[in-house]
Design a protein around this ligand. Structure first.
Ligand code: C5P
Length: 230
C-alpha cells in the first residue's frame, strides 16, 4: 500500500490488452485508473504543438513538468485536455503513440512525469496501466501483473481497434510499427519495459479480456483486496 491507497499495476507492451483489463478492474473495484501512456502521449502532443525538437531534452522535460493537461475517465470513456482543448481523439492516433514512444526515452521527461503519475494514487485504490508501473512508479504496489501476447496477436488487436474507429492501416505496417516500438521501449536505458521481479506474468495471446481479468481477481483476493474495500 502507498499511504492509504491500494495499488494494482498492469504493465506490458502495446496490444497486450492491459488498457481493457485495467478499465475492467478499476470498474469492478470502483477505484481510480491511471493510463500512464496517455500522459506520455499528452507530452508528445504538447511538444509537437510547441514545435520542440526531439533533440532538445531540457525543453521536453520542462514541458512535461509544466504542461497544462488533464486526464480523466467519464462513464468509462477517457477524456484528455491540453491547454483547455479536448484532445481525446488526437491522443489515440498511431502517430501520437509513435511520438510518445520517442520522447518516453528522454530521462528528464520520465522524471518529470513521475509526480503526475503518483498523484493518481488516491483512496481507496488505483489501477495503474503502463510499462514501468510495477518497477519504477509504484514499486510498493500490492499486486503487480505483467501482460504479454505474441506480436502477431497484438498487431491483429490494434488492427481491429483501428478498423472499428474507421482508420485503415495495413496489418503489415502495424506489425512493423509495433516491433519498432517494442524494441525502443525494451531497449531504453531508463525504465525499460520489463516485468517487475514480483509481478505475475500472464500471456493473453489466447485469452479474452474477461479471461485475463478472471485470472487477476484471485491475485487481488489473495492480497486482501476486493470491491469497495478501503
Ligand atoms: O500505452 P501507450 O501506447 O499509450 O503508450 C505510448 C508510449 O508511451 C509507449 O510506446 C511507451 O513508449 C510510452 N510509455 C512509457 N511508459 C509508460 C507508459 C507509456 O514509456 N508507463
Amino acid at each position: 500500500m502507498t499511504g492509504d491507497v491500494f495499488i494494482v499495476t498492469i504493465d506490458g507492451p502495446s496490444g497486450s490488452g492491459k488498457g481493457t483489463v485495467s478499465r475492467a478492474l478499476a470498474d469492478h473495484l470502483s477505484w481510480h485508473l491511471l493510463d500512464s501512456g496517455a500522459l506520455y502521449r499528452l507530452a508528445a502532443l504538447a511538444a509537437e504543438r510547441r514545435r520542440i525538437p526531439h533533440a532538445d531534452a531540457t525543453a521536453l522535460a520542462s514541458l512535461a513538468a509544466t504542461m497544462n493537461a488533464s486526464l480523466s475517465f467519464r462513464n468509462g470513456v477517457e477524456w484528455a485536455t491540453l491547454d483547455g482543448d479536448d484532445v481525446s481523439d488526437a491522443l489515440r492516433s498511431e502517430r501520437c503513440g509513435e511520438l510518445a514512444s520517442r520522447i518516453a526515452a528522454v530521462p528528464g521527461v520520465r522524471h518529470a512525469l513521475l509526480d503526475r503519475q503518483r498523484a493518481f494514487a488516491r483512496p481507496p485504490g488505483l489501477v495503474a496501466d503502463g510499462r514501468d508501473m510495477g518497477t519504477v512508479v509504484f514499486p510498493a504496489a500490492q499486486v503487480k501483473v505483467f501482460l504479454t501476447a505474441s506480436s502477431e496477436e497484438r498487431a491483429l488487436r490494434r488492427h481491429k481497434q483501428l478498423k472499428e474507429k474507421g482508420i485503415d492501416v495495413s496489418l503489415r505496417s502495424l506489425s512493423e510499427d509495433i516491433g519498432q516500438r517494442d524494441e525502443r521501449d525494451a531497449g531504453r536505458r531508463l525504465s525499460p519495459l520489463r516485468a517487475a521481479n514480483d509481478a505475475q506474468v500472464i500471456d493473453s495471446t489466447r485469452l479474452s479480456p474477461e479471461e485475463v481479468t478472471a485470472r487477476i481477481l484471485p491475485l487481488l483476493e489473495a492480497a486482501g483486496i476486493g470491491p469497495n474495500r478501503a
